[in-house]
Design a protein around this ligand. Structure first.
Ligand code: C5P
Length: 219
């Protein structure tokens, strides 16, 4: 039997990350936040002054990311991050810009698949169910209204000590949605066999319970 994968895809600030890690914890599975890999590549590019349209250089950077994950932190080039440090608006926008480049996506493909190890994996992102793990045993497409996603992202930024203005967060979210859904490769869309889950009126706990119930049904 292939190692189980639960793919959770959805737009920015849909709560994928929190849901994925809670589901992984409940099942004792590993968790892959694929956005972190795009964010790390973007962070390294910004830092090294690599232009965000230099596809070859960015792909090279992505292919050689000396990244490792240990003790809940991300390690790159001897520097240790927590996910919140990569969650700034500047890094997010740069990540979504470089994520539109096919060469960058190809460079991260094998790395993402290498996270599939027993007893199982919960992977969240934009194309987990459509491209990276097309044979995932469960695919969930998680949505929520743009207003509620903007509010969640805003509260998250404030609680992390990042100054933010709700109107700006909303505008940036719409911009990112447009870029992620309209790009030519791995555009954000539900897999044909994905379960659609709208979390606008659900709490985190209710959403996690719904995913776990879907998993029990599929398993
Ligand atoms: O999910 P997160 O906001 O951290 O992702 C940052 C950016 O990386 C997204 O806006 C998206 O463009 C890109 N991404 C992607 N494919 C994934 C995960 C993230 O294109 N599987």
């Amino acid at each position: 039997r292939p190692v189980p994968v639960i793919a959770i895809d959805g737009p920015t600030a849909s709560g994928k990350g929190s849901i994925a890690s809670a589901v992984a914890e409940a099942l004792g599975f590993d968790c892959l936040d694929s956005g972190v890999l795009y964010r790390l590549t973007a962070w390294a590019a910004l830092r090294q002054g690599v232009a965000l349209d230099d596809s070859a250089a960015l792909a090279q950077l992505a292919a050689t990311l000396p990244v490792s994950f240990a003790a809940g932190r991300i390690h790159l080039n001897g520097q240790s991050f927590d996910a919140a440090q990569l969650r700034t608006e500047a890094v997010g926008q740069a990540a979504s810009t470089i994520a539109a480049l096919p060469a960058v996506r190809d460079a991260l493909f094998a790395l993402q698949r290498s996270f599939r190890r027993a007893p199982g994996l919960v992977a969240d992102g934009r194309d987990m169910g459509t491209v990276v793990f097309p044979d995932a045993q469960l695919k969930v497409f998680l949505t929520a209204s743009a207003a509620s996603r903007a509010e969640r992202r805003y509260k998250q930024l404030i609680s992390q000590g990042n100054p933010a203005i709700l109107g700006d967060v909303f505008a940036e979210l719409l911009e990112r949605d447009a870029r992620d859904t309209q790009r030519a490769v791995a555009a954000l869309k539900p897999a044909a066999d994905a379960e659609l889950l709208d979390s606008t009126d659900l709490s985190l706990e209710q959403t996690v319970e719904t995913v776990l119930a879907l998993w029990r049904r599929h398993d």
